[in-house]
Design a protein around this ligand. Structure first.
Ligand code: DLL
Length: 433
């Protein structure tokens, strides 16, 4: 259902007029309120009044994760602390987290945006939403929580963990919508099977999965195992949290970006030049409505492309293609660029292996090596050694055909790859240890 008809179906010309008005306002604000932006803009010789068209965005400075770190913890805030009502932080794996903050109006915007996001993904008033995104500093739990309440759905705030108990709640409370990371969705299915639960008998209708990369093949697997329709949602803490873009349930082909709040660009990360229309590159986002921590041209490191073709759902908002991954996660194996999600595609097309894998990167002499560890399913595992060997060789061959690099494939026993309750750790990089 289209909740916000005005903004979700706006003719492009009107949308661009709105975006320009909002862009001019945000540039004006950060220039006067955030010393970091004033310095950057002065260095580039650009003043707020130089932004006369949307194309003028190219004169504005970029913002990187490092800039946020340099201004740790609250140096990027554009409002005094007495207007901040919530602080979250991004889930960095190393070092200090990156704090992000919200004014009362930011929370209002986010809740409404998440209500519209949930509606686009097929949820509605009367649904019971099992929310297994982590509650806490992570934006997933609370972001979905307030959006679902705003929609008029009943939220079960389970958060992560206690997987067997979650299965019990899925059976007893009968939620129609589940929201969690795709890897946790699969883990729930696995634990459910061990407990003898038939997911097809549960009331689950829709799953809204995000916060980590996953492939089209993984979608089919999740839909099959959980007996629901799986929809992709994208977002990042620095920009707002979940709700930046989402697939519509009607098409499930690309994620509609909330362009009335976020202005996207795609650049070539090597030289920061814009890529040709529809080409793949790094996603850069300018926030148009954030009060507490507005960001100009934030370099997300996420790799995708933008699709302006009309969608059958009636929304005019452009669609981001499914993320290929983060440029930081891209592996360079003997000069060949490999995204973990591309390996996932190959694995998921291979009968006999389970959707649980890890990639181990190491170095031998001057050369980087990649070992793909993937679980086999129970039936294959009980087969003779020869069958296992030929399966491993076949995966190795497919990867070689696809990427022209040789990798080592190690088949492992069912349930040996660590399961995750939040974001799955797919790559173990031993080179940095
Ligand atoms: O993961 C916000 C979120 C919560 C999104 C719940 C969706 C659902 P961070 O922890 O800051 O925020 O991580 C953001 O996660 O830059 C992407 O690299 C990755 N990511 C998020 N959604 C997707 C997705 C939340 N659908 C980082 N596909 C982003 C692939 C995703 N990667």
């Amino acid at each position: 259902m289209i909740r916000d008809v005005e903004h979700e179906t706006m003719p492009r010309e009107d949308l661009e007029t709105l975006q320009l008005k909002r862009l001019q306002a945000v540039v004006e604000r950060v220039y006067h309120l955030v010393p970091f932006y004033r310095r950057k803009m002065d260095e580039l010789g650009v003043k707020p009044e130089h932004v006369r068209t949307l194309g003028d965005i190219r004169h504005l400075p970029y913002t990187t994760k490092q800039d946020l770190r340099d201004n740790y913890p609250f140096g990027m805030f554009a409002v005094p602390m007495d207007q901040i009502v919530r602080i979250h932080a991004s889930s960095g794996t190393t070092g200090k987290p990156t704090p992000v903050a919200y004014t009362q109006r930011d929370l209002e915007t986010w809740s409404e945006l998440m209500a519209r996001t949930l509606a686009a993904a097929g949820a509605h008033r009367g649904d019971i939403v099992h929310n297994a995104y982590g509650y806490g500093l992570f934006t997933g739990g609370l972001g979905f929580h307030y959006g679902a309440e705003r929609l008029g759905a009943a939220v079960i705030p389970v958060s992560g963990g206690q997987t067997r108990r979650q299965i019990m709640l899925l059976q007893d409370f009968g939620p129609s919508v589940i929201v969690c990371t795709p890897s946790f969705g699969l883990y729930l299915a696995e634990v459910g099977r061990e407990m003898g639960v038939e997911f097809s008998k549960l009331k689950l209708r829709v799953g809204i999965f995000g916060a980590e990369p996953w492939t089209e093949e993984m979608r089919s697997e999740i839909e099959r195992q959980l007996g629901l329709e799986a929809v992709d949602i994208y977002g990042l803490s620095e920009i707002i949290g979940p709700g930046v873009s989402v697939e519509c349930i009607e098409a499930k082909a690309g994620l509609h970006m909330a362009e009335d709040h976020f202005l996207p660009e795609i650049i070539n990360p090597a030289d920061l030049s814009p890529v040709a229309h529809g080409e793949m590159g790094e996603l850069v986002i300018t926030t148009l409505t954030k009060e507490a921590v507005p960001l100009l041209r934030y370099r997300t490191r996420d790799v995708t492309s933008l699709n302006y073709a009309p969608c059958k759902c009636g929304r005019t908002l452009l669609r981001m293609n499914r993320l290929r991954g983060r440029s930081d996660d891209m592996l360079i194996i003997r000069g060949v660029n490999v995204f973990p999600s591309q390996i996932e595609s190959v694995l998921m097309q291979t009968p006999g292996v389970a959707p649980h894998y890890q990639l181990i990167v190491d170095r031998e002499g001057q050369l980087d090596t990649l070992e793909v560890q993937v679980e086999v399913d129970e039936a294959t595992f009980s087969d003779e050694v020869k069958a296992m060997q030929s399966l491993a060789q076949s995966i190795q061959r497919q990867i070689k055909d696809y990427f022209t690099v040789s990798v080592k494939v190690k088949l492992v026993e069912p349930r040996t790859i660590p399961r995750s309750e939040g974001k799955a750790k797919r790559v173990i990089d031993k080179r940095q240890l």
